[in-house]
Design a protein around this ligand. Structure first.
Ligand code: HEC
Ligand code: HEC
Length: 130
């Protein structure tokens, strides 16, 4: 935990990247980060993930176009590949790590809401560190 703090303090750009990623993971409106105006054109990218993908249970309301980035962030935070959680079709839930990851997403959201006044301070990397 201590090394994570130092790491984050020492690298502003890495820290900024984490913030952007966690806005996505937490399902906060990207508009608040000032990103949406420049990165979204037309209806397709604006579509909520749950309308495009088959089995979205916790990332509801995030933009479908951001799902890939969120997944890459999660995978690199854990130091694993996609198939660590996705063994068959991506929507398939017969995967313990995938179910665990859903619980972790909810936990991280709760920690940030209850302890950090809604700021995205804690994310997957904070604990897992690749
Ligand atoms: C640590 C576990 C984990 C890893 C690693 C991971 N995912 Fe996911 N993925 C999830 C979870 C959990 C969901 C469901 C999210 C929800 O319910 O809101 C999901 C959902 C998805 C979906 C939507 C499937 C559907 O139709 O419902 C796609 C596509 C996807 N992941 C692609 C990827 C790709 C590509 C990678 C590698 C870059 C990846 N995932 C890595 C946990 C993981
Ligand atoms: C506050 C610390 C913390 C944060 C933040 C955190 N995790 Fe975890 N996570 C843990 C711990 C501790 C374990 C091991 C628990 C155990 O052994 O049962 C774990 C276990 C897991 C596992 C199961 C590992 C396995 O081998 O089956 C997955 C998947 C996972 N976390 C995904 C995530 C994702 C995705 C995020 C970000 C959304 C996240 N975690 C954020 C602490 C954290």
């Amino acid at each position: 935990m201590i090394s994570a703090k130092i790491f984050l303090r020492n690298s502003r750009s890495v820290r900024a990247a984490f913030f952007v990623s966690m806005f996505i993971v937490m399902g906060l409106a990207l508009e608040r980060a000032g990103v949406a105006q420049t990165s979204t054109r037309g209806p397709q990218p604006m579509q909520p993930a749950e309308q495009v993908f088959k089995n979205i249970q916790v990332l509801n309301g995030t933009h479908a176009a951001d799902l890939q980035g969120t997944m890459s962030f999660i995978a690199s935070s854990l130091g694993v590949d996609c198939d660590y959680c996705h063994v068959q079709a991506f929507e398939d839930d017969h995967s313990k790590p995938k179910l665990r990851a859903r619980e972790m997403i909810l936990m991280v959201r709760r920690i940030n809401q209850e302890t950090f006044h809604g700021e995205n301070v804690v994310n997957c990397f904070t604990c897992h560190q690749g």
